[in-house]
Design a protein around this ligand. Structure first.
Ligand SMILES: Nc1ncnc2c1ncn2[C@@H]1O[C@H](COP(=O)(O)OP(=O)(O)O)[C@@H](O)[C@H]1O
Ligand SMILES: O=C(O)C1=C[C@@H](OP(=O)(O)O)[C@@H](O)[C@H](O)C1
Ligand SMILES: [Mg+2]
Length: 213
């Protein structure tokens, strides 16, 4: 069991992957293990919109949801280091990928179709899975999205079995990555600059436009 990382997580951990991969469940537990804050982007989007994800899709349509999703994630990526679980479509947005590449450490939770279908069948809060046979929808998304998820910094299998086992694999993957990354202070002892410079006050903040407008 991983009890401590080689060094503190220097950037926000961003979990990506298909619906049912376990981003929300695993992210929450990884954050607790690391003593970090946790945000589920979908939850933040619901708060910003004042209604549920299915309601956003129904009332305003998917493009409006994606727009809000992009802006909410941009804002969250300017918060202190935390664990951020995204919704399955978030990483498909080029702007979001650029922000995450610049300010975060991305991790693809990868699961097989059967596993995703079984896990997502338990709840009916995912509008995309109501647009046809859920397994066929997931198979189509898998084909389109897997090449993009593969751009993430790290990939971890989310297999059938206890959630804690996936959590352990995630922690091991992060730790191996951090151990391999040479801290800036070791290459340049005089350097005091953090991994990410403070945002330019003229352009940064408030980090993103008000997601409720
Ligand atoms: N080994 C596992 N790893 C991750 N999640 C799992 C695992 N086994 C079961 N689950 C369950 O799968 C369900 C879907 O996970 P969720 O976190 O909502 O996925 P996502 O946010 O990626 O759509 C949750 O109820 C979670 O507890
Ligand atoms: O894959 C997607 O496009 C979506 C995934 C959902 O989140 P989860 O991946 O957490 O289920 C949620 O953001 C929305 O229903 C759309
Ligand atoms: Mg989720």
């Amino acid at each position: 069991m991983i009890t401590a990382l080689h060094r503190p997580l220097p950037r926000t951990l961003v979990l990506v992957g298909l619906m049912g991969a376990g981003k929300t469940a695993v992210g929450k537990r990884v954050a607790a293990r690391l003593g970090l804050g946790f945000t589920d982007a979908d939850h933040a989007i619901e708060e910003a919109a004042g209604c549920s994800i299915p309601d956003i899709f129904e009332r305003y349509g998917e493009p409006a949801f994606r727009d809000l999703e992009r802006r909410v994630i941009a804002r969250l990526m300017h918060e202190p280091v935390q664990v951020l679980s995204t919704g399955g479509g978030a990483f498909m947005d080029a702007q979001t990928r650029a922000t995450v590449a610049e300010r975060g450490l991305s991790l693809w939770l990868k699961a097989e179709l059967e596993v995703l279908a079984t896990r997502t069948a338990k709840r009916h809060n995912r509008p995309l899975l109501r647009q046809g046979d859920p397994k066929a929808v997931l198979a189509g998304l898998m084909e389109r999205r897997h090449p993009i998820y593969a751009l993430a910094d790290l990939t971890v299998d989310s297999r059938d079995g206890p959630v804690e086992e996936t959590v352990e694999r995630v922690l091991a993957a992060i730790d191996a990555r951090l151990a391999a990354e040479t801290p800036a202070s070791e290459t340049d002892p005089g350097q005091t600059t953090p991994d990410h410079p403070a945002p330019d006050p003229l352009t940064a903040g408030p980090a993103a436009p008000d997601p409720t407008d």
